[in-house]
Design a protein around this ligand. Structure first.
Ligand code: PLP
Ligand code: COI
Length: 337
């Protein structure tokens, strides 16, 4: 028996995964399979040159038992952009949505119950495969979607976590930071490990050009609530264009009546914030208790209690995702089982 409330964020083998192959210039129909092991050529470009990309999205069990997807077309569109950046053939948007629906419904018993507040994480990914050696884009690919039930990404959920500003960069100024590609996460493994070994939840990156502005968190975007109630979040060409951040910008403005801004967040001005948080599909809305900047440890609202604005943003977002609060037009897709 799965204890839905005790789930963290780790691999669980569910029953089905979707897989489709690209060969001779076209994607095949794709199918659901039970085998969780991929058999690929040792010459796969994904293995040698990191030619791959992925997405992260979730399915939510509603109180009435139906299943919701949150803004799935946004993931399809972002994956298309990541594919283009890494010279891979995008998986067509409509087929992407159909495949997500198919794999979620096939694994319906793995979608956690509403009361648990856990969700089914959906991980579409694409890898360059085939017999290759030189540095060039492959002409063979696999697109797959795996799903697994998850709980909180940062172990504390709505309890604040502490973060640490690293001196490493995750992406170059005109590199692949805005794309959801594995290389960005590979370069974050060492700083992430350093942060965790010092008891921080993760690190915060500064902009790679000047190291003066907050860029994002290792696995999420950053936002802060200023003392005069502005929702401020970094604008940068080298961060991931978070769907959660864009949703929070809209909700902060239209549901919480805050002023909102995407702009520079200078690291020497973090005392402008009364609250701060990390946001993303896995992270949801995670309050940042304190931030270590060099020798200085800055506490935002509290190291122990979530701030009131962050909590309202969390409630509004998750209320919409689980189907308890009316969603803006076009945000939710409810699956028919
Ligand atoms: N930033 C990074 C580096 C991420 O890995 C993620 C997760 O997808 C996000 C931000 C948040 O993006 P989204 O809200 O679209 O999940
Ligand atoms: C997500 O939030 O979906 C992510 O991909 C973040 C992390 C697990 C890589």
């Amino acid at each position: 028996m799965t204890d839905w409330k005790q789930l963290g964020f780790s691999y669980i083998r569910t029953d089905y995964r979707f897989i489709s192959y690209y060969k001779n210039g076209e994607w095949d129909e794709g199918q659901l399979i039970t085998d969780n092991v991929l058999h690929i050529s040792e010459g796969s470009t994904a293995l040698h040159y990191g030619q791959q990309c992925f997405e992260g999205m979730k399915a939510y069990r509603r109180a009435d038992g139906q299943i919701n997807l949150f803004r799935p077309y946004e993931n399809a569109k972002r994956m298309k952009k990541s594919c283009e950046r890494l010279v891979m053939p995008p998986y067509p948007e409509e087929k992407f949505i159909e495949a997500v629906k198919k794999v979620v419904l096939a694994n319906e018993k793995w979608v956690p119950p509403y009361e648990s507040r856990s969700t089914l994480y959906i991980r579409p990914f694409m890898i360059g495969v085939g017999d290759n050696l030189g540095i060039h884009a492959s002409d063979e690919y696999i697109f797959s979607i795996i799903v697994m039930p998850v709980g909180s990404y940062f172990k504390n959920g709505l309890y604040p976590s502490n973060f640490y500003v690293t001196e490493y960069d995750r992406a170059a100024p005109r590199g692949t930071g805005a794309s959801k590609v594995g290389g960005n996460y590979a370069s974050g493994l060492l700083p992430g490990k350093e942060a965790k070994s010092r008891n921080f939840a993760d690190c915060v990156y500064l902009d790679p050009e000047t190291h003066t502005k907050i860029e994002e968190v290792g696995a999420a975007n950053f936002f802060g609530i200023t003392h005069d109630n502005e929702f401020l979040t970094p604008k940068s060409p080298s961060i991931l264009n978070s769907i959660t951040r864009r949703s929070l910008l809209w909700l902060a403005e239209n549901r919480l009546n805050l002023s909102v801004r995407e702009g520079d967040v200078f690291i020497d001005q973090i005392d402008q914030f009364k609250e701060a948080g990390a946001c993303g599909t896995a992270a949801v809305v995670s309050p940042i208790g304190g931030l270590q900047v060099g020798d200085h440890f800055h506490v935002f609202y509290s190291e122990e209690v979530v701030g009131p604005v962050t909590k309202r943003l969390y409630n509004e977002l998750t209320g919409i995702q689980f189907g308890d609060i009316d969603a803006p037009e076009g945000w939710m897709m409810t699956l028919n089982s």
